[in-house]
Design a protein. Structure first.
Length: 382
């Protein structure tokens, strides 16, 4: 298979020694991202504190993320993590006389359950939509969302089995029932195209550490412009004030747009990294990345099956991302053994996840699957 991104591989030094297939957990670090991190350090070392330059970098990173998901820059807030983004929304939702129910799915990351269960206001009003054969059919949303649902929270791609949901269809159902739609895009942003306007998404969050190729401590929250004014942040700070530079202690108002969900000084170093990584991803093109990764996905499903591995979730490429979860006993141990062979994967819930990005090749996947199958085989013989 032709690798359209072979020139990009040189930007990822780790690939000279390792097969890196863990983008669902942490993407490989690219040289331009490492240089951006160094630049943050060197400017501090050589030219001292420069608040305005750091704020400008924050805006640049926001603008690029907005472009990645088809939003406007004032609809983006910088937050420390996806958990913080969900919590910010959970505590800001308006009281509604009739709508008190929050819906989420069993394909969501555990942070989602943790956050909604922690809300006294909602913890007796939770609807969990259960997957069947590893996926959720649109009819289930039709059935489970009703005139009491205030917000429906869905993962674009599931962290456990790589199932990809049709956000456009879900948005249509959810909105028809009068609920808001929150999308956790941490497993999709950076390798699957997202257009929040076309898809009619109300709110979306994604961190930068996985497919967005950044470092931990930085995430983005998108909130549709008209919705921002209806939400009153309760988790707040001076970055969320209307005029933070006024340093006014006693008079406040919330910033316009999604900025109102920001709290304190962000991780500027994470924003330097995010800006460089987003530049790289926008240049490579999310549509092209997805098309390439679909080919890798087809290959890993077929090659895994040929080697006798059991894939978790649906087999249909239409419903899944390039993340392939192979069922394995002692997955954490197997992950460690693969690492000893210089293959980086990620274990979760009784499976080893193989999560390629545009820097990977078919040969990377074949090598990882061969080694995984050999390890499983050896253990079965013991
Ligand atoms: C889909 C998804 N959502 C949320 C999270 C948690 O993100 P954070 O650590 O930024 O809160 C993860 C982490 O793996 C994830 O995969």
């Amino acid at each position: 298979m032709e690798h359209p991104y072979h020139t990009y591989r040189a930007l990822f030094p780790v690939l000279t020694k390792y097969v890196h297939l863990a983008a669902c957990s942490g993407g490989a670090l690219a040289l331009p991202v490492a240089r951006a991190i160094e630049k943050y350090h060197s400017t501090l070392l050589e030219t001292g504190a420069n608040w305005q330059a750091h704020l400008a970098k924050m805006e640049e990173a926001k603008e690029k993320f907005a472009r990645l998901i088809g939003a406007e820059i004032d609809e983006i807030a910088v937050v420390p993590s996806v958990s913080d983004a969900v919590s910010a929304i959970a505590v800001s939702l308006p009281e509604h006389p009739k709508r008190r129910q929050i819906a989420f799915t069993d394909l969501d990351f555990p942070a989602i359950g943790q956050i909604w269960l922690a809300q006294d206001r909602f913890n007796h009003h939770l609807t969990v939509i259960h997957s069947q054969d590893g996926m959720i059919r649109t009819e289930q949303y039709e059935k489970e969302i009703n005139d009491q649902t205030l917000l429906t929270c869905v993962p674009h791609v599931s962290y456990c089995n790589g199932v990809k949901q049709s956000l456009t269809e879900i948005a249509e159902i959810v909105h028809h029932k009068g609920s808001l739609l929150f999308v956790d895009a941490y497993q999709s942003a950076g390798h699957i195209p997202i257009h929040v306007k076309d898809m009619k998404i109300d709110m979306l969050a994604a961190g930068t550490r996985k497919y967005m190729l950044g470092i931990p401590g930085t995430a983005f929250l998108y909130v549709r412009r008209e919705l921002c004014e209806q939400l009153r942040p309760k988790l707040t700070g001076w970055f969320g004030k209307s005029r933070p530079s006024s340093f006014d202690l006693l008079h406040s108002g919330f910033a316009e747009g999604a900025k109102r969900f920001e709290t304190g000084t962000p991780s500027f170093i994470g924003l330097y990294a995010a800006d460089a990584a987003l530049k790289l991803l926008l240049e490579a093109g999310p549509e092209e990345i997805e098309a390439y990764l679909q080919k890798l996905a087809r290959f890993s499903l077929q090659y895994g099956a040929d080697k006798g591995l059991q894939i978790i979730g649906p087999q249909n490429l239409h419903n899944r991302s390039s993340l392939a979860s192979f069922r394995v006993k002692d997955a954490t141990q197997i992950e460690a053994l693969l690492r000893e062979k210089n293959i980086i994967t990620s274990a979760r819930n009784g499976a080893v996840r193989i999560a390629p990005h545009f820097y990977n090749t078919k040969e990377d996947i074949a090598h990882a699957v061969d080694e995984l199958a050999a390890l499983i085989h050896r253990r079965t013989l013991k």
